[in-house]
Design a protein around this ligand. Structure first.
Ligand code: UD1
Length: 420
């Protein structure tokens, strides 16, 4: 028999070992992306999650967006690791896309049974992935929860409603999102106000944004256009919502309004594939010949960010551009009747305008500089860190998470500033 003191020493050593170096069994998180705005959102999240020893993170791409300009370029510029799995669903109606994603994703989730499925935004891939996870009883985290346009003709609104209903962790970008979720009866303890990961990406990329002059030269703008744009300012235009571009009559009105605006200020208009196709179908190709407008293929993130930062104004129907211009302090005219992102209007630089109100709003910006805004609370470049903190807590792996995220960064909303 060992002497008593030796046994005690052994026991103490075992205990010591247990206390100091607990074996961490990582919990599995599957992050799902599919479309261009998802890539911008997932970049900081995947980085923050993969830094945690307590988490084993996979990236699954549905393949909703597949063109190099809508997909690969974003992975490269935003330093997103290659997807572990690509379902390659491609284009189709919303229902076709949703069905194909569900069929493709089910076996993938069944094979690994992750502890959490994380989805971002409001695209078809977001809702389809949430449905599959819910049916397999896998908890769901939704980043950008609670946004509501209250317009069910938008495919994204249906995606938001369904995804939030099914989610266990609801990561909210602006205060109104919390109110919407509580009104819909969702449990407050599931709702986490973390700020805006879109702005994390703006902050991470501003230094690398491509100067506007360089991009304009690359896309073939002539010297007169570039000089005028640099001297008197230019507008950055993006339009792709079905409600604006699918109806040829509405599209014609919009194109005519842009042609008028271009007589006052040069416009740079990267065309989403949907918009390009609809412009051709509607016989509106003359847009390309207008001297005040430069149309381009979809631009990379760093080029779009560089143009937005230097623009005098933006004209858009994109959710992301509404938020990015608010963060950059650039006046934004949103060609829609509503927005699911009210902070951009109530606090930021955004104004909702109908087609007929576009010209007076542009003239006002040219004459008076447009609406000044402030940065909404927690749009400070730290949203992904808060998300990683909350995911670690939800999965009970705090001890496997980096010291830097154990304390959730809280900012006094009154002191919140971009990239703070
Ligand atoms: C999707 C999102 C929208 C988001 C937008 C950003 C939904 C319901 N909508 O709209 O919220 O703002 O992405 O871009 O999920 N196409 C290509 N190449 C591609 C992808 C699409 O040519 O890589 C063309 C196809 O003709 C396709 C059309 O664009 O039919 C529309 O693509 P789709 O994924 O259905 O929706 P988006 O309009 O891109």
């Amino acid at each position: 028999m060992r002497p008593r003191s030796q046994t005690a020493r052994l026991a103490a050593a075992v205990l010591d070992n247990l206390n100091s170096a607990p074996d961490i069994v990582p919990r599995h998180v599957d992050c799902i992306v599919g479309a261009r705005p998802n890539f911008v959102k997932i970049a900081p999240i995947i980085r923050a999650l993969r830094e945690q020893d307590g988490l084993a993170v996979r990236l699954i791409h549905t393949g909703q967006h597949y063109d190099i300009t809508m997909n690969a370029v974003f992975f490269e510029e935003l330093d997103i690791p290659d997807a572990d799995i690509n379902l390659e669903v491609g284009s189709g109606t919303g229902t076709e896309q949703t069905a194909r994603i569900m069929l493709g994703l089910e076996p993938v989730l069944l094979a690994r049974r992750p502890d959490l499925v994380l989805v971002v935004g409001d695209v078809n891939s977001t809702m389809a992935a949430a449905l599959v996870a819910a049916k397999l009883n896998i908890p769901i985290a939704h980043v950008e929860a609670g946004l509501r346009s209250f317009d069910r003709t938008m495919p994204e609104e249906i995606n938001r409603l369904v995804t939030d209903r099914l989610a266990d962790l609801l990561f909210v970008t602006e205060r109104r999102g919390i109110d919407n979720l509580i009104k819909e009866g969702l449990r407050p303890e599931r709702v986490k106000f973390v700020g805006n990961v879109m702005i994390d990406t703006v902050c991470a990329c501003l230094d690398r944004a491509v100067p506007a002059r360089k991009t304009l030269a690359e896309v073939g703008a002539n010297a007169d256009f570039i000089n005028a744009a640099m001297e008197t300012g230019f507008g950055f235009v993006t339009l792709h919502r079905p409600s604006n571009v699918d109806d040829p009559v509405k599209l014609k009105m919009l194109v005519e309004a842009l042609v008028d605006v271009a007589r006052k200020i040069r416009l740079v208009f990267p065309l989403h594939p949907r918009t390009r196709a609809k412009i051709v179908d509607a016989g509106l190709d003359r847009l390309h010949g207008e001297s005040g407008i430069v149309t381009t293929s979809p631009l990379s993130y760093l080029r779009a960010l560089g143009l937005m930062r230097e623009a005098k104004l933006a004209i858009t129907d994109s959710g992301g551009v509404q938020e990015e211009t608010t963060a950059l302090g650039v006046p934004c005219l949103t060609v829609r009747d509503n927005t699911e992102r009210p902070a951009t209007v109530e606090e930021g630089t955004n104004l909702l305008v109908g087609t007929s109100a576009l010209m007076p709003a542009v003239e006002d910006i040219i004459a008076a500089g447009g609406k000044a805004g402030r940065i909404p609370a927690l749009w400070d470049g730290k949203a992904a860190i808060r998300i990683a903190h909350d995911v670690c807590a939800f999965l009970n792996v705090e001890q496997g998470c980096a010291r830097s995220i154990r304390h959730r960064p809280e900012t006094d909303p009154l002191e919140s500033s971009t990239c703070g």
